[in-house]
Design a protein around this ligand. Structure first.
Ligand code: UFG
Length: 330
């Protein structure tokens, strides 16, 4: 066991970005599992109503002193760090915003952790660190090759975490998410981005309003010509964070894991699934390709399954769409 192992009986977790989509779902699961949670969020993109007010501390990640104050007032065993901007297209227009919020913000958080003696972190990373990978399914040994500033902002944090482990003994688990989708099955939390850019909520909106969704490209080298992605239910993603925490609590080494199902669905198949689940027509038009979209992204997540015993249980596409539809009609 490593000297930074912590006692699993006193489990308070500081969650950054807990007012966001994946952060709010994970916070609920942490509470369900008996953890105590304090959320830090600046509410720039998250939603105040997504967090129990008694748990929320409105602090910007770049405010290191503010973070130190929260950590001193609420001693924590570990941090789960979600807070970040996620819009790939935006990152190619204003990369400075991404490097400031995602990269410099993470550095500020790590600095606060060092000052307060917190030595365990689960970091919200992304398949975007791989860019256009040469091998699919993608394993963790695929090299870093981001093709947008968003992906690069996350690569830089992963690399900082490597150095903080070597130099300060700060242990991390980086979870590289594939396509997060779906909502809490009890409809307590779900996806609510402004503006929304993700496929499933946009298709559901088309089913609700009758206004067509634009599908970006039907001339890709895939069976039906549309892009293939690995959709992972947000509840399965949330469980991966709890598995990662448990591994750190046992004194586990720093690790990087893909979080996906190993199964891809095309954009057209997602449209079909929405039609089936909702019983509604889904008007769509094909538009040009969206810049920077790889044709095929599917995870090899066997490392996570073998080492941490995690497995997806809610990520059947129908279940993803059912829970997202329930959330969209709440
Ligand atoms: N798509 C459409 N029409 C839309 C929106 C999306 O056809 O209106 C297509 C995209 O072209 C893509 C697929 O649906 O082929 C999925 O697109 P999303 O925008 O939902 O998700 P991405 O795969 O682009 O990105 C997601 C996360 C990123 C992360 C990336 C990692 O949103 O944060 O996965 O692979 F970097």
């Amino acid at each position: 066991m490593r000297d930074n192992a912590w006692v699993a009986t006193s489990k308070r977790i500081l969650v950054t970005g807990g007012a966001g989509y994946i952060g709010s779902n994970t916070t609920l699961q942490l509470l369900d599992a008996g953890y105590d949670v304090v959320v830090v969020d600046n509410l720039s993109r998250g939603h105040r109503e997504s967090v129990d007010p008694a748990r929320l501390r409105v602090v910007d990640l770049l405010d290191t002193d503010g973070l130190v104050r929260v950590m001193n007032e609420n001693p924590c065993d570990a941090v789960i760090h979600f807070a970040a901007y996620i819009a790939v297209g935006e990152s190619m227009k204003v990369p400075e915003v991404y490097f400031r919020n995602n990269t410099a913000g993470s550095l500020s958080l790590l600095t606060a952790m060092l000052k307060t003696g917190i030595r365990n972190i689960v970091f919200s990373s992304t398949a975007a660190v791989y860019g256009m990978p040469a091998h699919v399914p993608i394993s963790e040994s695929e090299p870093y090759a981001p093709v947008n500033a968003y992906g690069e902002s996350k690569v830089m944090v992963e690399k900082m975490l490597d150095w903080f482990d070597i130099i300060h003994g700060l242990r991390s688990v980086c979870l590289r998410y594939f396509n997060a989708a779906g909502a809490d099955p009890d409809c307590r939390a779900g996806e609510n981005h402004e503006p929304e850019t993700h496929l499933i909520p946009l298709i559901l909106k088309a089913a609700q309003t009758g206004n067509p969704v634009t599908l970006f490209g039907n001339d890709y080298p895939t069976p039906d010509g549309t892009c293939i992605r690995d959709y992972i239910h947000v509840s399965d993603l949330a469980r991966a964070h709890i598995s990662a925490l448990e591994s750190l609590a046992k004194g586990g080494e720093s690790k990087k894991y893909n979080v996906g199902t190993g199964h891809g669905y095309s954009v057209q198949e997602v449209v079909n699934a929405v039609r089936e689940v909702t019983g509604r027509d889904v008007p769509f038009v094909f538009g040009p390709r969206r810049e920077g979209d790889p044709p095929l992204l599917v995870a090899d997540s066997t490392r996570l399954q073998h080492e941490l015993g995690w497995k997806p249980v809610d990520s059947d596409l129908k279940r993803i769409v059912e829970t997202a539809w329930q959330w969209a009609n709440r």
